[in-house]
Structures are given as C-alpha cells and as structure tokens.
Design a protein around this ligand. Structure first.
Ligand SMILES: *[C@@H]1O[C@H](CO)[C@@H](O)[C@H](O)[C@H]1NC(C)=O
Ligand SMILES: *[C@@H]1O[C@H](CO)[C@@H](O)[C@H](O)[C@H]1NC(C)=O
Ligand SMILES: *[C@@H]1O[C@H](CO)[C@@H](O)[C@H](O)[C@H]1NC(C)=O
Ligand SMILES: *[C@@H]1O[C@H](CO)[C@@H](O)[C@H](O)[C@H]1NC(C)=O
Length: 560
C-alpha cells in the first residue's frame, strides 16, 4: 500500500473520533450524567473528585473516568447552565477511582481520596493515599501521602468503595463499604464497623462496631458530622444496606426510623427513634446538613436507590435535631437520582452534584434535567432554585420545622436513654461552663474552629444564636399535635419499568454489555411488581423486611 492510501485509511479510521471527543467537562448540551463522584468544600470552592461522566454521542462506552479534579467558585453567584467549572489535571499515575471516601482536613485546606473502586477494571495497586492541597483560587495539586513511620497507617486499613464517610475538625471516619478485586489486592467483601484517621496524630485505627445492621456492615449509607450537639459533636449515619447479595435472605436495608450516631472522640454509639415520616429504605442517597439560626440542625436526604424495589427516588426528607423529627417538603418538583453527592454551600443551599437515573434506562444515557448535573435546593424555602446565590442569607429552618419546636415538640420526645437526652440538652456553644461526664478533657474547644471553613458534610453555620433549644421549646404551649403538618402525602409513584426491553434495544451494534459491576446497578429484572403500596414510601411498614424474591439474583456482584 502506498503512502497516499495509507493516509486515506488513517484519516477514515480517525474520522469517528474526530466527530466527538470526550471531555471531563462537556459543554452543557453534550453533558448527560456524572456519577459516583465525591465532593469537598474548602474555603470559597467546592471540589469534585473521581467518578465517571457520560456525554452526548452514540459512543458504545458512555461513562468515562474523569481525568481532572473539578472546582466551582462559591463566592460568586451562577446558574448551573452557565457555571464555570475549573479543571485541575490529575497525575497520570493516579488510578481513576469511583465511590471513594473523602477526608477533609479543613485546617490545612486539603482533602484526601481514600479507597473507592477503580474505573473500568483498571488494575489496583498497593494502598496509596492521595492528598489534594487547595491553592485558595479553585486550583491545587495532588501528591502522594507517605505512610510514614506511625504505629498504624493507611496501609493497615482495608480499602472499600461505597462507604459512608465524614470528617470532623480533627479526624476522618469511613464506615463500612465493600472491598473487591477493584478496591484491594486482598479483598474481604463487606467490611464491618469503621476506620478512623486522627488528623492530629496521623494514626489510623479500626473498630468493628456498626450498630445499624446485624452484622455491622454498611453499603451506600451516608455519614454527616453535626458539630453542635454533645461535647464533641456527633456523626449521624443514615441509610444504606448491609452485606448485600440479591439472593441472601439476610439482606437488610437500614431503617431510617431509628438514627444511629457516634461521638467521634469517645467513639461511643448511640441511637434514637425518630417521629414524622422517615424516608423509605434506600442506599446511594446523599445527605448534608447545617445549623439553623435557631440552633436546630437539619440533615437533608435527597434521592437514593432501592434495588430490591428497582427504584431511584426523587424525594427530599429533612431530619431536624434535636427533635429527631422527619419531615418532607410538599410539592417539590425533584428529579430522581442516585450515586450523586451533596453539600451545603452558601449558607442555606443544598448543592446536589451528579446522579444517575435507572428508572428509565441504564442510568448513564439520559440527559440529566439538571444542567451539568448541578441542582440547587433552598433549604429555608424548601424549594429548588435555578441559581446558586452567593449572597444567600443564613440558614433558617423552614416555618413548618420551627413551629414544631414552637408548639412544644421537644416535650414529647421519647429519649432512648438519659445519656442521649443529655447529649442534646445543650448545644456546643452553650456548654462551656457545664460539667459533662464524657471525657471533659477531650472536649473540642469551639473557639478553635471559628476561623475555619466548615467541614465537608456540614454546611455554613450561619449566625449562631445562643438560645438553647430547650428554652425555645420550653416557651411553647405544648401538647398540640403538629406532626400532621409534617406528614405530607406520598406524591411520587413508581412507574412501570420496561427495562428488560429497553436494555435489549440499547445494547447497540457493537454488542456492548455493561460489565457486572458497571455503575453498581443491576441488569434488567423481569416480572417484578410495577407498583408498591404507598405505605412503603412513608415507612409505615417495616423498611427492612422486603421480600428477597424481588431481587433479580442474576449476578451476585451487581451491587459492586
Ligand atoms: C480519561 O482518560 C482515559 C485514558 O486516556 C480516556 O479513555 C477517557 O476517555 C478520559 N475521560 C474523559 C472524560 O475524557
Ligand atoms: C491537618 O492539618 C493540620 C494543620 O495544617 C496539620 O498540622 C496536620 O498534620 C494535618 N493532618 C494531616 C493528617 O494531614
Ligand atoms: C486525635 O488525637 C488528639 C491527640 O491525641 C486527641 O486530643 C483527639 O481527641 C483525637 N481525635 C479523635 C477524633 O480521636
Ligand atoms: C428563631 O430565630 C429568629 C431570628 O434568628 C427569631 O426571630 C425567632 O424568634 C426565633 N424563633 C424561635 C422559636 O426562637
């Protein structure tokens, strides 16, 4: 073949890829979905790390690993459709991970990417811990953290994906997750309990306790640090599922009606039953929370999936502390999603980034109704907004939540123990001159944290009022049953799925089939019920007793 014809052949071969090239930040029309990524809020920027992105072409391989760390400036207002997203290239040797855990060291302005599973079967190597140092301008750089000569370091810790994680001012916690050949050289399956990293001493430790499930494992749950209650704050672990195999009869979704939380310093677990309509059982939801101007702390739960019911959820729920009362905003026009991530930004805005919708297709192939995958929810107004407002006022709990306290809701809380009652009796800023029986020497000095940005999972603290919640509640008349106000009708419904059909259509000319772990979602299920009793959605029925035959059971690794 002469040179001319060789060139023609080369040009023809190159043509399809010249038509469309994959980008870490596709333009807004090409963008389809982001999933399984993680975020960290440091200073004026939100950083977005890992996961995969799909974009608009009939490419056989829709979801590609993201090769940059992304950031958005939070000091300026923007709309998702024209937001400027910075791209910070990642080192070539950094294996592209999804569903990892992020530990944020707010005092040094850095975050760490730990564990996760490699994207697209990339080989996994010996444990490494990547550290990202922010530069204060939305950029930064990655470096490898050395294991050092500590008595215990990350090399001793099992790497997992889909763990629940949270950072406190001086520690990072990773609860559960699953270890597979894509996370670890010696995978151990579902990991019971949690590991924690003391950011001051640099020591890693493990603890096998996890009271949320019978076997202590947790997959796809969330952890939210709440700095304002107890001597050391608490970490609230919500949702997720245990040692999950579709055919295992011990499959157990975590019931949102009982909340488990841990003191990050004493590492003692507590639990407390909730009132109001709790979310139905789910994993792969997102959670983030903030302290209100009245001293309550609300954790927002958005979306998530229940694969036994073959559903991605669109609903938002709010857990208000210290009342342990759930409520659900009425009539909000949400979009279903799972495998997204959330943070509180700009005082009172819940930012949701990414998310897949497996209700209608394979999750990656639809255009996300959120431009660039970015949703902004006003936590005070309880409505979606089409704009991020950098000047938003401090977070004030919605009137419905405040009136629950005004009407004496606290008087009716049935505390699980006097220890739990005591943890919530006084807010952190108020307990300076009180004796506290739990390790008074370990008490975190609230003053130390004043100048620092809020940790990953907790939002802007707003202007803290110094009025203890007890006093707010005590002034109220009491006895009025207002839970009805918080119980809003079930407004989402389950659509009949034709996934089996659709997937056959979508497998494409190349005969491409998603790998079994592909995005963590199952293949199509045939013959499952198209609708469920509405009661499931507001959890009037036990949330952890779904019949196992609803799972398809075709592949034990489909959750990986
Ligand atoms: C990231 O890099 C890999 C390897 O070069 C490539 O296959 C993939 O398409 C890139 N991802 C994006 C979103 O461009
Ligand atoms: C966290 O940041 C503080 C302040 O820069 C530093 O002293 C500490 O070593 C950091 N911890 C880790 C584990 O990086
Ligand atoms: C981390 O270690 C320091 C120094 O020993 C200790 O004061 C602090 O309580 C520890 N933090 C956690 C969360 O264990
Ligand atoms: C909540 O705080 C606002 C202002 O911060 C105040 O006007 C209001 O009275 C407070 N409500 C209660 C119930 O304390």
């Amino acid at each position: 073949m002469d040179v001319f014809w060789a060139r023609v052949v080369l040009v023809l071969l190159a043509a399809p890829s010249a038509v469309f090239s994959q980008r870490d930040v596709p333009n807004v029309d090409d963008f389809m979905r982001r999933g399984s990524s993680r975020i960290s809020v440091i200073g004026d920027y939100i950083y977005f790390e890992g996961g995969e992105v799909s974009q608009g072409t009939a490419n056989y391989r829709m979801n590609d690993p993201v090769n940059s760390t992304l950031s958005i400036d939070l000091s300026r207002s923007w709309r998702p459709s024209d937001v400027e997203i910075q791209e910070i290239p990642k080192p070539r040797e950094m294996i592209r991970m999804t569903k990892q855990s992020i530990i944020t060291n707010t005092s040094s302005g850095s975050f760490y990417s730990w564990g996760g599973h490699s994207s697209w079967f990339a080989d996994i190597e010996a444990p490494v811990l990547w550290r990202f140092d922010t530069d204060g301008e939305g950029g930064g750089s990655w470096s490898l953290e050395s294991a050092g000569s500590r008595s215990s370091s990350f090399v001793d810790i099992e790497r997992t994906h889909s763990a629940a994680y949270a950072s406190t001012p001086d520690a990072g916690f990773v609860f559960g997750g699953q270890s597979t050949t894509l996370t670890s050289l010696e995978p151990r399956g579902y990991v019971a309990g949690y590991s924690y990293w003391n950011l001051t001493t640099g020591e890693w430790n493990v603890d096998s306790s996890g009271p949320y499930t019978d076997d202590g494992t947790l997959y796809g749950g969330t952890a939210t640090y709440v700095p304002t209650f107890g001597p050391n704050g608490i970490i609230v672990v919500l949702g997720g599922v245990n040692n999950f195999e579709a055919e295992a009869s011990d499959t157990e979704y975590v019931d949102f009606r009982t909340v488990h939380f841990i003191d990050p310093v004493t590492r003692r677990w507590y639990s407390q039953p909730t009132t109001g309509g709790a979310p139905s059982a789910r994993h792969y939801h997102c959670a983030a929370g903030a302290e209100s101007t009245n001293g309550t702390f609300e954790i927002f739960i958005y979306g998530g999936a229940n694969r036994l019911l073959d559903t991605d959820y669109r609903d938002i729920y709010v857990l208000s502390l210290p009342g342990f009362v759930w409520s659900q905003p009425a009539n909000i026009n949400s979009v279903p999603r799972s495998e997204h991530t959330c943070a509180v930004v700009g005082n009172r805005q819940l930012l949701s980034w990414g998310g897949l919708d497996f209700n209608d297709d394979d999750g990656w192939r639809s255009h996300d109704p959120f431009p660039q995958g970015l949703g902004i929810f006003d936590m005070s107004a309880l409505e979606w907004s089409n704009e991020y407002d950098a000047e938003a006022r401090p977070y004030e709990a919605h009137q419905r939540i405040r009136s629950w306290y005004d009407d004496g809701g606290m008087d009716n809380v049935q505390w699980s123990s006097s220890d739990v009652e005591q943890l919530f009796a006084v807010r952190q800023e108020d307990n300076g001159n009180q004796d506290n029986q739990d390790n008074p020497d370990d008490r975190q000095d609230g003053g130390d944290n004043q100048g620092n940005p809020p940790p990953d999972n907790s939002g802007g603290s707003g202007e803290s009022s110094s009025v203890p919640v007890g006093a707010i509640a005590g002034g109220a008349v009491g006895g009025v049953v207002v839970l009805a106000l918080l119980a809003f009708g079930v407004w989402f419904f389950l659509r009949r799925r034709r996934r089996a059909q659709q997937q056959q259509q979508q497998q494409g000319p190349q005969g491409y089939k998603p790998p079994p772990y592909y995005s963590g979602h199952p293949e199509a299920e045939a013959g499952k019920p198209s609708e469920l009793p509405a009661a499931h959605a507001i959890s009037e029925l036990p949330a952890n007793t779904y019949p196992v035959e609803l799972g398809d059971g075709s592949d034990g690794r489909r959750w990986a």
